[in-house]
Design a protein around this ligand. Sequence first.
Ligand code: SF4
Ligand code: SF4
Length: 457
Amino acid sequence: MVIPVYLYAGRKKLRVVNRKRTPRVEYLALQHSERRSNLSFDVVIMLYRNVPKTGDSLSILGFGCMRLPLTKTGAVDEPRAIQQIRSAIDNGVNYVDTAPVYHLGKSELVLGKALAGGYREKVRIATKLPPWSVHKRADMDRILDSQLKTLATDHIDYYLLHSLSQESWEKLKSLGVLEFLSTAKKDGRIRNAGFSFHGTTATLKEIVDAYYWEFCQIQYNYLDEHNQAGTEGLKYAAKNRLAVMIMEPLRGGNLAGPVPDEIQKIWDGAQLKRSPAEWGLRWVWNHPEVTVVLSGMNNEAHIEENLRAAASALPDSLSHDESALIARVRDTYQRLMKVGCTACGYCMPCPSGVDIPGCFASYNTHHLFPHDRSAKFLYIGRHGGVLGDKSYAGLCRQCGKCEKICPQHLPVPMLIKQVSLEMEGRGLGLKIRLVKSVLWCYDKAERIKRKFERKTR
Ligand code: SF4
Ligand code: SF4
């Protein structure tokens, strides 16, 4: 890992050098010895940006607890998740974001455990009030009090109204949510009030103007400049002195690897070699209006890569050529991507059992990698009931529930029908049997191989 080291003589910055990572202790020793010669080292392991209304200093990389690591059975891998969260905090992250709906309530619970043993004091916790669980004013207090217990804390630093759109905003407002926020601030249960958002720019402006918010959270990445809040919403919130937290900076991982050959060729043309994920994150950090970028991290290598980028991603630091390169990637994606699903999972569970984000992910992969014939095979394996319950697109009964809730405003039932036509086609039962027999043969071959290896040992 390479981290930048800033050299100072008095208050004057002399130069920035990159060094191979050595133990932090070694840097601190270096810092001490250099002070004696009127030079000092600042080891930058994380950059911070201030919340305009309070001056609170937040790490530009926030740990999103929406996609924690899972075990083979699909449960949250608690020890690994706790280790990852703590390691990020040890490396300078001081903003962690969760919500009751993430991992069906497990996310808050695991975060609470991760912050035991002195970690709570090192971070700001962000969590959210789910509008869909609120039916009366008293529900707000009940939910917040139970979150405090689950997170094992006496206050939430950054409390958000979750996933606002025009409809949910009107509902919460009519139930007295603004009075609730003010009361909770006054009695110390929350420190800063904000909202996360998936509506239109016009609705965002209306909400920004309606209350003394300290912050908001919007979806923003190089494919969403003109979608939802977009650049206009980002600038409006920042102009009104709100800190802006960014979610989905890589569109649910779609902008990270593996990327289609056509996209990879563009990245390969860059003078400075970076991963697609790093380019995506740097594009967001390049905006001075952005405060924290949330990354739903669940892989140690990705965490390390994100931390490294967060140590040097200053605002307005992308060159003209780098910005042009990202614009080319964006145009190419827009041409290749079939469905703009971010895999947020808000539309789940589907009453007919369709794995909506999973089906869209397979469909996008099928179109992004046209030479890879495995997408259809994997689709049948994953959703045809071969490896678990049936969850293929053809189960859809067009009830329309998913369309009403989708924050990306996707015409989900129509798109799901399209997925069924292209990915399943005719004779689905026969294809499922075929995939089952291929897997059976593979399994058999593996067992024979293991038996043979045991005998020859
Ligand atoms: S429209 Fe289809 S995919 Fe959407 S919730 Fe209803 S059954 Fe499920
Ligand atoms: S279809 Fe919409 S609600 Fe469902 S996972 Fe995708 S983006 Fe989220």
